[in-house]
Design a protein around this ligand. Structure first.
Ligand SMILES: Cc1cc2nc3c(=O)[nH]c(=O)nc-3n(C[C@H](O)[C@H](O)[C@H](O)COP(=O)(O)OP(=O)(O)OC[C@H]3O[C@@H](n4cnc5c(N)ncnc54)[C@H](O)[C@@H]3O)c2cc1C
Length: 488
């Protein structure tokens, strides 16, 4: 039986991101993926949002994705477009890039890291004891791990095996999504009617049409067929445009559910296994990647013996509310995508409000993920919020804050008098940099905040402690987040 410190079930975006985070922290990690390789049949998600680009930038890989996608300086709420070009970030935009490309780029990245991947291997269950988890495979073999993370999508076997409840709302509508060829030229673009949203787009090859069509009734759980797609198109467009040669047909619904807990002992959940919702607003993949970045360093510290197991509970405490709010917003957005006269009236009201500065920033802040605020207690507005990617001047020359996070190591950034801090008891875990920054401090949605004299930045890029001309609370914050001080 093979043993690893951490086994991740599922090598989709959440699983791959988590594997990268753990490998960067030198944890022995293995991914068990059902598919024979990383290739994803069908384009699936259409991209990700600003904060996700930022977290990839924190690891030095954002350019790989930006090079293959198209940026749009806007987020969409329902059908209302929200300008976000004035957000104070290096990436004030969403990135349009198909999920199969995202996964190809991620797979190439983790291939550069010490990650073991078992492709063509399905996880069928798990059983945990006080010392670890037995991960069962459908081929009868098993793996052993200190921790298991279920990143195995909305129908997660791991979530069920761990007995984690998945409360929420049953589907009220379903969509077919497909890539096909057509005999007749279909009208391109998005259409809304009383059943929901429909969209037809030509893919890059100029031949394949990506179809999204809302079904008249909720479709069955079985795999959809070309005939189902034809009937759904005829009901909306009066013709099926002579669809043929499907390379991918799938069904998704507006089922909205969230795991009651993200952790049951040595089993954790991340990504769609922890939350599912209608893809209105395109947030699922972004949420999963950010779950992984929140969990990765914490799990690494627990596995490496730096921090107590209780650190893992902060993963649920921080990420559960973020997804709960996203679920609420996607339900609202899905409602706004249905179009009869009454809903149209609501869309008009939302659009009117969203044209005002504060509501626009608030909604765009939520969709982009730039407004995330983990509850780390009272204090400076930066506490629990994302650290801006400032242009610093250091003894080694100019540096961006995000460049200092490439290795996923925590950082004490001293912007006051050089040499003002001594963190010797944490020096094996926490980097310390003296730097100068003379620019403005502005946070998305919140606006200007007063300049701190020092900050402690967690590996996920969130601020864990703010020095406001004092060192008060610093040893406590370092102990809470990065383990007790080393003995002298
Ligand atoms: C039409 C559509 C459009 C979307 N658009 C967007 C968008 O624009 N932006 C966005 O952020 N999100 C979007 N989403 C959502 C996004 O696709 C998902 O949220 C995202 O894929 C979740 O990633 P994940 O890694 O958690 O799960 P998944 O991508 O589902 O990955 C799970 C992985 O686990 C593997 N697996 C499953 N079961 C097992 C098992 N038992 N053993 C081993 N391996 C297993 C699977 O093969 C898969 O590789 C969209 C979704 C749809 C359907």
């Amino acid at each position: 039986m093979n043993e690893h410190a951490v086994v991740i079930a599922g090598g989709g975006p959440a699983g791959m991101m988590l594997a990268a985070e753990l490998a960067l922290a030198k944890v022995d990690v293995a991914v068990v993926e059902r598919r024979p390789n990383h290739v994803l049949v069908g384009s699936r998600a259409g991209g990700f949002h600003s904060r996700t680009i930022e977290v990839l930038d924190q690891r030095g890989v954002a350019d790989r994705f930006l090079a293959e996608g198209q940026v749009a300086q806007a987020a969409t709420f329902g059908t209302t477009v929200l300008d976000m070009s004035d957000f104070p970030t290096r990436h004030p935009y969403s990135l349009g890039i198909w999920q199969n490309r995202i996964e190809r780029i991620m797979a190439a990245w983790i291939a550069e890291l010490p990650v073991r991947i078992y492709y063509g291997c399905e996880v069928s269950g798990c059983a945990q004891d006080g010392a670890g988890v037995e991960v069962e495979r459908s081929d009868g073999q098993s793996l052993r791990a200190a921790y298991l993370v279920g990143c195995d999508g909305g129908r997660s076997v791991i979530r069920k095996a761990a007995g984690i409840e998945f409360p929420g709302w049953d589907p009220t509508r379903s969509n077919l999504i497909a890539e096909v060829e057509t005999t007749d030229e279909p009208p391109k673009g998005i259409r809304h009617d009383a059943t929901g949203v429909h969209a037809l787009h030509t893919m890059e090859d100029g031949r394949t049409v990506r179809v999204i069509v809302t079904e008249q009734q909720i479709g069955p759980a079985s795999e959809p067929t070309l005939r189902d797609l034809s009937e759904a198109l005829v009901a909306v467009y009066g013709t099926d445009f002579g669809i043929h040669n499907p390379t991918w047909i799938s069904r998704f619904t507006d089922m909205t559910r969230q795991a009651a807990t993200y952790r049951a002992g040595r089993v954790l959940l991340a990504g769609d296994s922890a939350h599912v919702h209608y893809p209105a607003g395109g947030q699922g993949l972004s949420l999963g990647v950010q779950d992984a970045v929140n969990l990765g360093w914490k799990l690494a510290q627990v596995v490496n013996g730096t921090s107590p197991e209780s650190l893992l509970d902060t993963y649920h405490d921080e990420r559960h509310p973020v997804a709960a709010r996203a679920l609420q917003h996607t339900m609202a957005q899905a409602a706004l995508q249905r179009r009869d006269e009454r809903i149209q009236a609501l869309v008009d009201v939302v659009s009117e409000l969203a044209a005002m500065d504060e509501p626009r920033k608030r909604l765009a802040g939520i969709i982009s993920g730039l407004d995330i605020h983990y509850d780390l207690g009272e204090g400076h507005p930066l506490l629990g919020r994302r650290m801006p990617d400032l242009d610093l001047v250091t003894a080694d020359g100019p540096l961006r804050v995000f460049e200092l996070l490439h290795d996923a190591k925590p950082l004490l950034l001293n912007l006051g008098e050089a040499g003002d801090f001594d963190i010797t008891p944490w020096a094996d875990r926490v980097q310390m940099i003296d730097a100068e920054y003379g620019g403005a401090w502005e946070l998305p949605v919140l606006g200007a905040v007063r300049a701190p004299t020092a900050v402690v930045i967690r590996p996920d890029g969130y601020v864990a402690w703010v020095g406001d001309r004092t060192h008060l609370g610093l040893p406590e914050a370092l102990s809470v987040w990065f383990g007790p001080p080393a003995a002298a």
